[in-house]
Design a protein around this ligand. Structure first.
Ligand SMILES: [Zn+2]
Length: 478
């Protein structure tokens, strides 16, 4: 069928073009015939296989006997290795991984689409723009964070946040849609990049409500948070990624098609925080986005959707073994996501609330939307006292002693946050491979999902660089 179609196309192309230069272009033409018009690349930051598996059980309908497939399961096509350039060892960070996904080249950790010699690398987004497609980025981090930056910018270090934000104007505007966070970087004392985007013809919005009233065919910058957006659990729109993605597709649709990067950025932040409650809510927002895109591809079959992770984070394990002395011991094989399904506040926000108010056990239960025991309550109170004690010691330090601690200021909620996450881990039987409170990345291969036109290109065991290489090919680059 493919052969027949390209034969028909070559004949049509040849009959339309009579000069030899034109007929030599037929390979690009036949490529475009098999290529999707729109390409949507989605990154679940930190979303290793334990996250997509945990989401299946989180999403399971407890009233039925079977365990329902998740929206991810339906589109699974294979897995991808994620290692960075050898100089950075086997475990990647988000910058090197996003560079591989965006350019097809492995680089060192921290690099934003520059190679190991710090030379800029062409990204699939830049190439798509050069081919006359519209382009967009939709993320839940700040829009100048490592993953979106690796599609839009080139910098030797991901932490140069202001320089990366500046480059979005100074190196030419490369996208038609930018949705995510970033007021702190785009509205600064030394420079107001929002005004510069406006001067360049962009409409600017800073509230999700405005997503439904955007002017079509006019580029848009939408910033909805200081840095990253609030956790899905705390945001006024719990499914803000799907909301932004939906609005972005409307803005990007045009006869030449588009390339869009979507990132569920904060799954990784949940992993670093070893926070299963926050991580599952971020996964749920991503799942809603995929459900929307399933419908979108059904209506727009000329669209390809690819979803993968840049790496896994925190060493999440679905099940844990506690010490024998722990009376909460779960010697059975159990993972119990029930309380995660009803959780209505992030552990971080809960810790702040608990630090600033004298909550009763009943109020704690109402705030968390699940029941804690009196022992749990005792642990929370103990952690609050500890937090107050650490804060008081800090206050008694001289200015000079404080300087040695640099910018670190202890917060009363710090130990409370650790305690509430421990309570949730024990209740759900969730484990983490990291002993540090800022969980590490791990080098496990990550799942790849794809559907729509051209999705068969991403099957099997591949490398993260193959994803960019395939996208370049689908975009007609030789
Ligand atoms: Zn990370």
């Amino acid at each position: 069928m493919k052969k027949l179609l390209s034969a028909v196309f070559v004949t049509l192309a040849l009959s339309a073009c009579t000069t030899p230069e034109h007929s030599s272009n037929t390979s690009v033409g036949s490529n475009s015939l098999n290529s999707p018009k729109n390409i949507i690349m989605i990154v679940g930051d930190g979303m290793g296989p334990a996250y997509t598996t945990a989401y299946r059980y989180f999403n399971d309908d407890p009233t039925t006997v079977e365990i329902e497939q998740s929206v991810f399961d339906k589109h699974y096509v294979g897995s991808s290795s994620t290692y960075p350039a050898k100089v950075s060892g086997y475990i990647t960070d988000s910058a090197a991984a996003a560079t591989a996904l965006a350019t097809g080249v492995k680089t060192y950790n921290d690099a934003i689409s520059v190679d190991t010699n710090k030379k800029p690398l062409l990204t699939v987004l830049e190439w798509a723009k050069q081919q006359g497609k519209k382009t967009g980025v939709v993320v839940t981090s700040q829009i100048n964070h490592a993953t979106p930056a690796s599609y839009l910018s080139h910098n030797e270090n991901r932490n140069n946040y202001n320089a990366i934000a500046d480059s979005y104007i100074d190196n030419g505007i490369k996208a038609d849609v930018y949705f995510g966070g970033g007021w702190n970087y785009f509205i600064r004392e030394d420079r107001n990049l929002v005004n510069e985007f406006k001067a360049a013809g962009f409409q600017y919005i800073d509230d999700y409500n405005q997503l439904s009233t955007l002017v079509l065919n006019k580029p848009v910058l939408g910033l909805f948070g200081d840095k990253g957006l609030p956790w899905a659990l705390d945001d006024k729109e719990k499914h803000r990624l799907s909301l932004m993605t939906k609005a972005a597709t409307k803005q990007l649709e045009n006869p030449n098609g588009y390339f869009m990067l979507v990132e569920a950025s904060q799954i990784d932040w949940g992993g670093h925080g070893r926070d299963i409650g926050a991580a599952m809510a971020e996964m749920d927002d991503l799942a809603k986005t995929i459900v929307f895109l399933e419908e979108y591809v059904a209506k727009n079959p000329d669209t390809l959707v690819i979803l993968t992770a840049d790496h896994s984070t925190g060493g999440l394990s679905i099940g844990r073994k506690t010490a024998k002395s722990n009376k909460d011991i779960h010697s059975k094989y159990l993972w119990q996501p029930e309380i995660l399904r009803t959780l209505s506040i992030s552990p971080e926000e809960f810790a702040k609330t608990f630090a600033n108010n004298n909550l009763t056990l009943q109020q704690v239960n109402e705030t968390l939307n699940f029941e804690v025991s009196s022992d749990d309550m005792a642990l929370l109170l103990e952690s609050k006292h500890e937090g107050i004690k650490i804060f008081e010691i800090y206050q008694q330090l001289s200015e000079e002693q404080r300087q040695t601690k640099k910018k670190w200021i202890p917060k009363v909620e710090g130990p409370i946050l650790i305690a509430i996450k421990k309570i949730i881990d024990i209740k759900t039987n969730t484990g983490w491979g990291s002993i540090s409170h800022s969980g590490t990345h791990t080098a496990v291969d990550v799942p790849v999902y794809a559907f729509g036109k051209g999705s068969e290109q991403f099957k099997g065991q591949i490398d993260n660089t193959d994803i960019a290489k395939n996208i370049f090919t689908l975009l007609g680059k030789k």
